[in-house]
Structures are given as C-alpha cells and as structure tokens.
Design a protein around this ligand. Structure first.
Ligand SMILES: [Ca+2]
Ligand SMILES: [Ca+2]
Length: 350
C-alpha cells in the first residue's frame, strides 16, 4: 500500500514536472503594452495578403491594440505607395507616412495597385492624395524618422516583403533625424521584428516534400542575408509553411466586405485571385503575432539563428541567438483563421 502511495506521488510529480516543462516550451511573450507601435514594411502589390494584413492593422488600431507609425515599401513601383495611401485613407488614416525604395525589384504595377487610379464618372473611386511619384519619401528616411520619435524598445516591425529597406536601415549613417547610425537606432527603439520570410519545413510539391526557397528571400538575397546575420533585436520568423496552412476562407471576401459599395481589400483580392480561391495568409500571421504575441495563436521554436544561403534557402540552427520561428498546431490553425477573418473584415470607425 505504502509502495502504491509512493508510486502515485512519484507519478504526480512527474506529471507536474512535464506540465511545467511544457509550459516553458510553449511560453509565449508577455502581454505587450498597448497600443503596440507598429511599422509595416511590405511589398504590397505582389500578392494580396499584404493588403489584408494592412486592413488588419487598421482594425487593431481602431481597437486600441496597435498604432501604425509608418508603412515602408520594397516593391519598386510608385503605385504601391499610392495604393497603400488608398487603404490608409479608407480607414481614416490618410496621413500615415509612407516610404518606398528604389531597388529595381518587382517594378511592375501588379494586379491591384492600379485601383489607386481607378475612376468612376471622372472621380477617383478611392480618394487619396499620394499620387505624384516625386512626393513619395525614401523608405530609410521614413523608418529613421518613425524610430527616432518612438519610445525606447517599443516598436514592433512587421516585415512582410523583401529585406531591402531594413538592410538599408542597418547601413544608414547618423544624420539630422538621429545621431545614431542604423544599427544603434534599431537596438535602441525596436522591441521585435516579426517577419514573414523563409521556410522552416519542407513544402509539399507534386506529391513530394521539397526544400522551398521563399519569394521574400530570393527577391533580395543579400539583404535577407544581412538581416538574418546582423539584426540586433529578437526576430520571429513566420515561414512559408505557416501561412500556407492557414488559408483565408473566400466566403469572407464574398460576405464580410459588403458594408460599402467598393472595398479596397475585397477588390484587390478579387483582382489578384478571385473567390473561390482561398489565399494563404502569410503576411497576416506576422501581424497577428506582432500584436498578440502572448495569446497562444502560435507556438515558438527554441531560440537560435537563421542563415540565408547563397541560393535563398533558409536554415535554422538552435543555440545562442535571438531568433525563433512560428509553429502551428491544428487547434491553433482554427483559432488563427477566425482571428484573421474577423480582424481583416472589421469596418473602419466612423
Ligand atoms: Ca495621404
Ligand atoms: Ca508580402
């Protein structure tokens, strides 16, 4: 009998220890102070997940969860900036600073940024005032200004395009915006980089699991290498596999955006790849983590470092380092889809 009791106590102890260990391994971040200051760095126009992600940020801002400081763009076409201004203006935030880079990368207008110039009866369908390419500031200037004006260790950057702007920020010298050079400024102001790029699992293709050289990486490999090597704050990577496993239900596009006769998110989605297509939610996952890191939407890998190979493959090595990647269970996937749908389709505040 005594032995049975001892066994029981031992089992309970083991159980508690395993819970504690599991709690540790699943540990999410602390609740951030709200509103979380966010910079959105995007290649908007190359795919439509950037647009839904920007809509989400505006919904989160309306709820007091985040504050959008600036949008910087790595698609080298001025309509990307104009269309960003369209979306910001639609949500009542037409004065948010927008910057762009001159990189020559993906210079084509794309399928939906042309909505910025769409007219009905001679009037712009979507009013906005960032139209002249000469008016659009340089991304690094916009990034440095936003960071210089922020509280120390507060800013979360969601990078959902190429690493061009953030690599250029790291290289930037001190100037009249800040006495700190790029890396020092980032170290002082940025809390977290939440980035959609790379792949940390093999991806199914034609019935096989294969290495995936992810688009945001391969479009500017030197910049991605510099970022992975030198970025001085914690980095959370949302690999290709995460958004791929969380498809945006097209019924939402058909049903949730009809509160207005023209909606820039729904029209962009339809121009890009119309319902019944369920688009993966790559960029949205990085925004969700950026603002709700503590809510268990995702699990995290152990800490380590990400290396970007010459051919664009990303590899993760556990150990010292401030980088992790997102992981997702089936139960989490169901929660994440609902959160993304409700946030992207939330109407602007009156
Ligand atoms: Ca504007
Ligand atoms: Ca993107």
């Amino acid at each position: 009998m005594k032995q049975t009791t001892q066994m029981l106590i031992f089992s309970v102890l083991i159980f508690c220890a395993s819970i504690a260990w599991r709690g540790e391994s699943l540990l999410q971040a602390e609740e951030p102070r709200r509103p979380v200051p966010v910079i959105f760095d995007t290649d908007i126009g190359n795919d439509v997940d950037d647009v839904l992600a920007l809509g989400m940020i505006h919904a989160l801002e309306a709820r007091g969860d985040c504050k959008l400081l600036a949008v910087t763009i790595t698609k080298d076409n001025p309509l990307a900036a104009s269309f960003t201004d369209v979306v910001n203006t639609f949500y009542g935030k037409g004065d948010i600073p927008i910057g762009i880079c001159k990189s020559g990368v993906t210079p084509q207008p794309g399928k939906f940024n042309i909505l910025a110039e769409k007219k009905d009866n001679g009037q712009l369908r979507y009013p906005h005032d960032l139209k002249d390419p000469q008016q659009i500031p340089d991304a690094v200037t916009v990034l440095r200004t936003a960071l210089a004006g922020a509280e120390d260790h507060s800013v979360v950057i969601a990078q959902v395009g190429f690493s061009t702007n953030l690599a250029n920020l790291l290289k930037s010298p001190s100037d009249k915006i800040s006495p700190l050079a790029g890396e020092g400024l980032v170290k002082q102001k940025v809390k977290l980089l939440s980035i959609m790029a790379g792949a940390f699992e093999k991806i199914p293709r034609k019935g096989k699991l294969v290495d995936h050289r992810e688009y945001n990486i391969i479009k500017d490999i030197p910049a991605a290498q510099k970022l992975a090597r030198e970025w001085p704050t914690p980095v959370i990577w949302s690999g290709f596999e995460i958004g791929l496993n969380v498809a945006y239900p097209h019924e939402s596009i058909e049903e949730d955006f009809n509160y207005t006769s023209h909606h820039p998110l729904a029209e962009a989605y339809i121009l890009y790849n119309p319902p019944p297509h369920d688009r993966p939610t790559w960029d949205l996952t990085s925004v969700l983590y950026a603002v709700f890191p503590h809510r268990g939407y995702f699990d995290l890998s152990e800490t380590g470092t990400v290396t970007v190979q010459e051919d664009g493959l990303t590899t993760f090595k556990p150990g010292d380092g401030q980088q992790r990647y997102l992981k997702l269970t089936d139960a989490q996937r169901i929660r994440v889809v609902e959160a993304l749908v409700q946030l992207s389709s939330q109407p602007p505040q009156k």
